[in-house]
Design a protein around this ligand. Sequence first.
Ligand SMILES: *Cc1c(COP(=O)(O)O)cnc(C)c1O
Length: 442
Amino acid sequence: MHRDTLLAADPSLRAVLDTEETLWINPRLLPFDTVDGLSQLVISDADIADAAARLRRFAPFIRRAFPETAETDGLIESPLRAIPQMQRHLAEMYDAEIPGRLLLKMDSHLAIAGSVKARGGIYEVLKHAEELALSAGRLTRTDDYAKLADLRDFFAQYTMQVGSTGNLGMSIGIMSAAIGFRVRVHMSADAKQWKKNLLRSHGVEVIEYADDYSRAVAEGRRASDADPMSHFVDDEKSVDLFLGYAVAAERLKEQLTAQGITVDPEHPLLVYIPAGVGGAPGGVSYGLRRLYHDDVHCFFVEPAQCPSVLLGIATQEFERANVHDYGIAGRTDADGLACASPSSLVTRIMTNHAAGDFTVSEAHLYDYLRALDQSEGIRIEPSSCAAFAGPLGLLRFPAGRAYCVAHGLTEQRLAHATQIAWATGGRLVPEEIWTEYLGTYR
Ligand SMILES: *Cc1c(COP(=O)(O)O)cnc(C)c1O
């Protein structure tokens, strides 16, 4: 389907196709109870609980391999922090109304991988390692998993491969190297040089392509399929990645409870998560919907230059949607979001769960980066900064105001709302790159 056909079918997509900042509201969002049954057939509560239990089993190993996780007892978890100064700063700078309380979920600062990929990517590596060790009789589920650190020679027979714009490669690469796997990361042209350097310093083999993300994934998949000792982490359809992300929801719930924050119809939760192929925001959002049902409103945020998840869901073309087919170049400084085609799994399973998708300009990514640095002294990478388009845009776009009306988000309820900007990456950015980011204007 091309631009004119699509516009005739759905005029609300004009701003998206014109690569303007906008908010697309998902007309297929359904009340939780009506889609619960079907959703559970795809990814059930038991599946998510199983993933959470697996991460707990691995905690002793993670604590041993990464002493930085001692504080969280080997669980890889990030702080949830109120950012009142950023909230005020944004409201003043953009003359915007940002109701309720704005919090930052700091997956930007997750241990080991320094991005949200520390959830899904690391989970998939661990799950694969567990399966191999169990079936070789090297491990039982009741063992202390710290002993896996002594099985490096066993794991060295196996290879992990992944296609990545950067952060997924870092999470797979660093954790695979810690387990003892051989690792090959297939990287797209958008990948930043410092991420390639960091991976190579961990002994990871980095293969570079002068093409976009879809090509890197296709090449990686092909290389891995040809080798029976190799496992490919498939960002475009992996259920394991999705489950690793989904575990974030119950952890967030604990944090909200610990901070005395209620989520119910009178105290809605609004979440804004940057999307590349959609795996991370899809998994996290899906987990949140399973816990909070219609009290949570999950929005994705994508670069206006690369709205692939939005187009995949809006057109119901899913993974077949490609921004290039609509005359959109897909070039963005948000390297973590530079995916021309979305995940098949996420565009399908989130079709009835996603509230909508904001798009953000290249210039604003850097403006928000500076704003957060100045107001709160927190640094997150450009891809991450996309999240702020959500709280800023909700009441600015007519579609957002209409959404609030349609979903009972009255002024009073919004005043009691918790809004979460999900920061997805940043901790591993080298100092000289921060200087570059802070000085970039688009
Ligand atoms: C990967 C990534 C995302 C989005 O995750 P997807 O699974 O590709 O949707 C967002 N922000 C950052 C910094 C990332 O690295």
